[in-house]
Design a binder for this molecule. Structure first.
Ligand code: SF4
Length: 476
């Protein structure tokens, strides 16, 4: 039996792409292995958002060169943002050990290569398989096979990632993603729904919908006229998709990330508030707390716009957990401008702040036009200052949950304790008899730290029916 090994680095989108690739390889007869040395096919799914991620992928690739020299029949695939949506000849010349280059989210080139190589003339079988999938999941009649992303067929675990929109049109000055993942393309609603149903049938209880700007889902539908996709209902947006997925039997929870502040409409927030299976969890990066920095980043909003957005989220979805991203040390960021970011975060008291030090990425406008003038030590100091602040803030927020009962979707057992997440994405541990994996538990919080909480079962039952707990707004 032939074996494959997939190594992944980077964001949740890459993890979803790797799971999808694995399913595609299984469909053509390959099975997974945890040892690269024993594999017939090795794929590196790469990230270039930061230099360190790119360096790791390059190091890993060169470490495979001796293996390829020993076993020329070994197939090496390079996938993801290092390849970009149009693989370049320069990349192919730089890494001669690679047999197949795959753009992000595209397993097709490798599968085609393996079919060709294994002399599997199975075009007819593939067409039959598409038809069978279409019938099984009620995909829209007449939706061209070329527009249907083959459905991942194998998932493990209680949670799964489900990409709904690929690429990005925004071109923030620091970001390499649009150059590597190409323009924005939303997946047909029926196809997303079919994949969610397939996940639910395999035991998945929670799906996280993914996109670089997930709240722009559907904005490109008009632009695809003439490509066989105009059959989708006009006006379909993320709120419609959430409503459609809410009806999928077996799914208990739906999340979505990452949003852009400019597209977080009241319609989407009202869908979050009114659909019990959609979690009160909003990830919406601010990136900086000073208007001049935001303008140099070309983010398209002001600090006051972001303040207003947070107020709007809290008004419409009072129990929402809000997460954000921040970049420190962006070109030209003065001490006062950094302080403005610090002060904004102290004022807004969000649940999670992912903070990163700016690192110039090739081809981006910031790399070409702006001087990377904040010294590395100063970037590090700013990063630590925000992390320290956030640790205090989230510690306070979590303290207020002590004594409250929260709904936890149990993902797994760590030693003697069950581990799961609240609707607002907070980590909770508790001890209980029985098998809680994949179940919703009501847990009373008895201890709260900044990064996790401990509790005890509030209702001692392994209920098969979902338990809806009215979200409790936190008063800050
Ligand atoms: S919105 Fe900006 S930061 Fe996000 S993927 Fe698009 S270009 Fe990058």
């Amino acid at each position: 039996m032939k074996r494959y090994y997939v190594w992944t680095i980077g964001c949740q989108m890459n993890e979803a792409d790797s799971a999808h690739l694995a399913a595609e390889l299984e469909a053509v007869g390959y099975r997974s292995t945890t040892r690269a040395e024993g594999a017939d096919v090795i794929v590196l799914n790469t990230c270039v958002v930061r230099q360190s991620a790119e360096d790791k992928a390059v190091g890993r690739l060169w470490s495979l060169a001796p293996l390829k020299a020993q076993r020329p029949d070994l197939v090496i695939g390079l996938m993801g943002c290092m390849v970009g949506y149009k693989p370049s000849a320069a990349l192919q010349a730089r890494f001669p050990m690679v047999d197949v280059f795959m753009p992000p989210s595209e397993a097709g080139p490798l599968v085609e290569y393996l079919r060709e190589r294994n002399r599997l003339d199975d075009e007819g079988a593939a067409a039959w398989e598409q038809e069978a999938l279409r019938a099984r999941y009620d995909l829209q009649d007449g939706l061209g096979a070329e527009n249907v992303r083959p459905i991942a067929r194998r998932v493990e675990g209680v949670t799964a990632h489900l990409p709904i929109i690929f690429g990005c049109n925004h071109v923030c000055t620091f970001c390499i993603i649009p150059y590597r993942r190409g323009p924005e393309r939303s997946r047909p609603l029926a196809e997303v729904q079919a994949e969610a149903r397939m996940f639910a049938e395999q035991g998945v209880k929670e799906v996280t919908l993914l996109g670089q700007i997930v709240d722009r889902y559907g904005y490109d539908f008009d632009g695809l006229k003439g490509h066989g996709l105009e059959r989708r209902q006009p006006g379909t947006d993320l709120a419609d998709l959430l409503a459609a997925l809410h009806d999928v039997d077996g799914l208990e929870r739906i999340r979505f990330l990452t949003s852009h502040p400019n597209y977080m409409s009241d319609r989407i927030l009202d869908a979050v508030a009114s659909l019990p299976r959609v979690c009160e969890h909003i990830e919406v990066p601010v990136q900086a707390g000073h208007d001049e920095v935001l303008s140099r980043m070309r983010r398209g909003y002001t600090v006051d716009d972001y303040r207003y957005l947070v107020a709007r989220i809290r008004e419409r979805v009072p129990a929402a957990g809000i997460a954000t991203d921040v970049i420190v040390g962006f070109p030209g960021e003065t001490e006062a401008q950094f302080q403005a970011t610090y002060d904004l975060l102290a004022e807004l008291k969000l649940d999670v702040v992912h903070v990163a030090m700016y690192s110039p990425r090739p081809v981006t406008a910031a790399e070409r036009r702006l001087d990377d003038d904040v010294p590395p030590a100063e970037k590090k100091r700013r990063l630590h200052a925000i992390n320290d602040l956030q640790e205090r803030i989230v510690g306070e927020i979590n303290q207020r949950l002590k004594g409250q009962t929260v709904e936890v979707l149990v993902e797994d057992k760590d030693r003697e304790r069950w581990r799961g997440r609240t609707r607002t994405n907070k980590l909770v541990f508790f001890q209980a008899e029985g098998d809680w994996r994949g179940k919703l538990a009501l847990v009373k919080i008895t201890w709260a730290g900044p990064w996790s909480m401990i509790g005890e079962l509030a209702v001692d039952t392994t209920a098969d029916e979902p338990i809806w707990l009215t979200p409790v707004p936190l008063v800050l």
